[in-house]
Design a protein around this ligand. Structure first.
Ligand SMILES: C[S@@+](CC[C@H](N)C(=O)[O-])C[C@H]1O[C@@H](n2cnc3c(N)ncnc32)[C@H](O)[C@@H]1O
Length: 303
């Protein structure tokens, strides 16, 4: 089945590797927990038979719009608008999964649209919400949070060396006029962070940290992964693509602490890591910047 998914597009990362890792059963039920623009979903559908099922989740209204168009063309697709942490309610008690894919972080369309405020390379309102219809924008947070809270967020989620200096400058600047644009924030950072370290723009870590805080990204992973693990059947697979050290570490911790793996009194099937973590090929890393830091790991439920 061919699907024309709308622009702006997202080049799916580790596409063949993730589909191979899911070991798709044609009549199985699968979850793409991070639909984005549907690159991975489309590849899953190509391997699924007529009786297969694909649940697709995203919290971004634009992604959901694209997913709904796909579902109109393909009855195997069920669209779930919402977050990882709500997956229990969204999937309901009856659904069992043969596999689930999490391709963490944000999509290229989110970064590339200046009005979403995720990019330090384009000027726009600092919004940074994946679901831009609910919750507090980054601008609201930056203009209200205490200096201590800003310092904490930048150092915890960005591992930013200059977190307290940047937080201080944010608080001084907003006392004169509110911080509303990505350009204003970049200027604050450039005034404090000395120079380009290791080829990275000085705003990289700060933008990552604020985005993670605004979208509560680590809590979402911590709460959502166990809900999905519960729903995976024996021999079913969990595939996770993560993009930075905090995500890599958290995913490992959640899997190690999963009740399926820690309850020694239970006869429940356990999750076993399959093989080594996979990195993108040199060609993919050269053609897609997002793939450079990507790490794909696979677990299987075994009795
Ligand atoms: C890296 S993109 C996925 C791209 C997708 N695999 C593709 O090929 O188009 C991550 C997507 O997951 C969504 N997302 C991230 N965290 C989420 C969460 N906690 N709940 C629901 N969706 C989330 C984002 O809105 C974004 O659209």
């Amino acid at each position: 089945m061919g699907h024309e998914l709308s622009q702006p597009s997202h080049q799916p990362v580790l596409l063949n590797e993730s589909i191979h890792s899911l070991a798709i059963e044609p009549n199985g039920s699968y979850l793409d927990a991070t639909f984005g623009r549907g690159g991975h979903s489309k590849a899953i559908l190509e391997q699924l038979g007529h009786n297969g099922q694909l649940f697709v989740l995203d919290r971004d209204p634009q992604a959901i719009e694209v997913a709904r168009r796909l579902a109109e063309e393909d009855p195997r697709v069920t669209v779930l608008p919402g977050t990882f942490s709500c997956l229990d309610d969204l999937l309901g008690d009856q659904v069992k999964l043969n596999g689930a894919l999490f391709d963490l972080g944000i999509s290229s369309p989110q970064v590339d649209q200046s009005e979403r405020g995720f990019s330090f390379q384009q000027d726009g309102p600092i919004d940074m919400r994946m679901d831009n219809q609910h919750g507090m924008s980054a601008s609201d947070w930056l203009n209200r949070a205490s200096e201590e809270e800003i310092t904490w967020v930048l150092s915890q989620y960005g591992e930013e060396r200059f977190s307290s200096e940047i937080a201080k400058h944010i608080v001084q600047t907003r006392a004169r006029s509110p911080i509303k644009t990505t350009k204003q924030l970049v200027e604050i950072i450039l005034a404090v962070v000395p120079s380009m370290a290791a080829g990275k723009h000085p705003a990289t870590k700060v933008f990552q940290a604020i985005r993670m805080h605004i979208n509560d990204e680590l809590s979402e992973i911590r709460e959502g992964l166990p809900l999905v693990i519960e729903k995976i059947v024996t021999t079913g697979r969990l595939v996770v693509i993560s993009y930075h050290s905090l995500e890599h570490q958290l995913v490992s911790d959640v899997l190690k602490r999963s009740p399926a793996n820690t309850d020694s009194t239970s006869n429940k099937p356990r999750l076993k890591k399959l093989g080594q973590a996979v990195r993108a090929s040199r060609d993919e890393r050269l053609s897609n910047r997002r793939a450079r830091s990507a790490l794909l790991r696979t677990w299987e439920k075994k009795s």
